[in-house]
Design a protein around this ligand. Structure first.
Ligand code: C5P
Ligand code: MG
Length: 249
């Protein structure tokens, strides 16, 4: 009898550890409470339904939008292909860079800080970018958002997923650096961007290697990264994008 109770307590400890290690205690408690309260005649079906609801709305009951992060080096084709995905699938495209370029126009310390970061290829503090994204996403919670050029560093990704919602998956545009440089210099002839010049491009690529590439490894650990070869022509890259996205939806 003593052995039995010792064994039970070991089992209990293991179960407790499992719940806290896998951070599923709140989900487990929510589901159990729901079943106790509603006493459904098919508890397993009811649990599956409430799990689906939970996935869509989160534990706080608020509906969350669907998010796809679009990452890759500068000039890898993120913006161009996001626009095509908008036409093909009706997604909503939010470019973190575009939101920051619009915000830098304001005559404020924050506007000046953003302008300085962009010119130097540095990363704007995450809370600024996240708040711009949040404002833009609040407009439609039913949309599927393509968030282009974000997160630029692991910290931003963790903060976004904690405060807004976990991403569904990450589209990663892979391309060699010499091709990126050629594309950016070409774009610089007409883009009017303060950072499409040789000096800024060098800094942007350094930031990309040091801070942004580790984001891919981070999401890879969760098996969320879909790599897309973006070294070819526009049509070739678009073909690769379509194949990847249709296999994920
Ligand atoms: O993505 P895009 O090339 O438009 O970004 C331009 C610049 O905007 C980046 O080099 C960086 O200075 C800033 N940016 C940022 N954080 C992001 C996205 C862009 O600081 N998440
Ligand atoms: Mg872009």
């Amino acid at each position: 009898c003593i052995n039995q109770s010792a064994m039970d307590s070991v089992k209990m400890e293991k179960a407790e550890k499992y719940l806290s290690d896998h951070k599923i205690r709140p989900v487990f408690e929510y589901l159990t409470a729901h079943i106790i309260k509603t006493r459904p005649s098919h508890p397993l079906d009811a649990m599956i339904l409430s799990l689906q609801e939970l996935k869509a709305n989160g534990l706080d009951g608020k509906k969350k939008p669907t998010v796809i992060f679009v990452l890759g080096g500068p000039g890898a084709g993120k913006g161009t292909n996001c626009q095509k995905l908008v036409q093909e699938y009706g997604f909503v495209h939010l470019s973190a860079g575009d939101l920051l370029r619009a915000a830098k126009q304001t005559d404020s310390d924050e506007g000046r800080l953003i302008a300085e970061c962009i010119k130097n290829g540095d990363i704007v503090p995450g809370h600024i970018t996240i708040s711009l994204l949040k404002q833009a996403m609040n407009k439609d919670l039913d949309a599927i958002y393509l968030i282009d050029g974000f997160p630029r560093e692991i910290k931003q990704g963790i903060e976004f997923e904690r405060d807004i919602t976990p991403c569904r998956f990450v589209l990663f545009f892979e391309c060699d650096e010499d091709i990126l440089v050629k594309r950016l210099l070409k774009r610089g002839e007409t883009s009017n961007r303060t950072d499409d010049n040789e000096e800024s491009i060098k800094k942007r690529l350094a930031t990309y290697h040091n801070q942004s590439l580790p984001v891919i490894d981070y999401f890879d650990c969760y098996d969320k990264v879909k790599k897309i070869n973006s070294a070819g022509t526009m049509d070739e890259v678009w073909d690769n994008v379509k194949k990847s996205v249709s296999s994920l939806l």
